[in-house]
Write a protein that binds this ligand. Structure first.
Ligand SMILES: Nc1ncnc2c1ncn2[C@@H]1O[C@H](COP(=O)(O)OP(=O)(O)O)[C@@H](O)[C@H]1O
Ligand SMILES: [Mg+2]
Length: 252
């Protein structure tokens, strides 16, 4: 992609004690682009996600949002700058309704909006939640239904939909199709495509390589804390992607 990246890190290094989890990593994602982040266990994917989401500060390296240097002191700061992260086990509140979950925790992030919504009837909030989810292609049976009554796929779709609804720039998804069946995964992949169509920059972490090949525009392979390949998805075959991840032979 020739577009200027909306979010990028350069030369990022992160150590845990003696373990060099990230070693001079360059990573970038543009608006309207889905980048797949793949690699074996221990390659550094989760560590990079934590750096991108503001949960960890890198030991070295720079981070740029819209071309301007940024430093996060907390995940909250990244959130406020439009970067949403969905961790592997999404944090929906099972006993609350879908719409309450969509607005959960937003009191501090968007005080203005929350203030406005505070005047609104629950019914209106349900409508807003449903509209936001529909924008990213999620049709929930009823936004007044409690999350515990949804299927696993529907829950994951709501969690992603919530992140995509609130993200203004970047959405980072760590293994969002894990534990989902084929049809449910297809729904989640559809949500990712909708988020891209909305102009969001999407980072998609997955071990399910067919999903990565289906939904991404570019793939970044991490090996032992370093970027081993960064190339357009169209240049990979299922075989060459496996080889790039395992390092068994030539890259894409
Ligand atoms: N909190 C931690 N303390 C010590 N070592 C860690 C910690 N988190 C990750 N590591 C190590 O850092 C490396 C990268 O891990 P991680 O980012 O979780 O990789 P991945 O998500 O690709 O499986 C691994 O060697 C892992 O054991
Ligand atoms: Mg991990």
């Amino acid at each position: 992609m020739n577009t200027e990246p909306v979010y990028q890190v350069r030369g990022v290094t992160k150590k845990y004690g003696n373990v060099l989890a990230l070693d001079g990593v360059d990573f970038a994602v543009a608006a309207g682009e889905v980048v797949g982040l793949v690699g074996d266990n221990g390659a550094g994917k989760s560590t990079l996600v934590k750096v991108l989401s503001g949960a960890h500060r890198p030991d070295q390296g720079e981070m740029l949002l819209d071309g301007a240097p940024v430093q996060w002191h907390s995940p909250q700061e990244a959130l406020e700058s439009g970067i949403e992260t969905l961790y592997q086990d999404s944090s929906l509140a099972p006993d609350l309704t879908v719409s309450a979950n969509v607005f959960l925790g937003r009191e501090e992030v968007v005080p203005g909006l929350w203030g406005k919504l505070g005047f609104l009837a629950n019914r209106r909030m349900d409508d807003v939640a449903r509209q936001e989810l529909e924008k990213v292609g999620i049709a929930v049976p009823s936004s007044t239904r409690t999350v515990s009554r949804l299927s696993g796929g529907q829950r994951q779709a709501v969690a992603i939909g919530r992140a995509a609804a609130w993200a203004s720039k970047v959405i980072i998804l760590d293994e969002p199709t894990n534990h989902l069946g084929a049809r449910q995964s297809a729904e989640v992949l559809e949500v990712i495509k909708q988020a891209r169509a909305k102009g969001l920059a999407v980072v998609f972490i997955s071990h399910t390589l067919p999903h990565v090949l289906e939904v991404t525009d570019r793939i970044v392979v991490l090996r032992l804390g370093r970027v081993s390949v960064d190339a357009p998805t169209s240049t990979f075959t299922p075989d060459s992607l496996v080889k790039a991840i395992t390092g068994l032979s030539g890259a894409a």
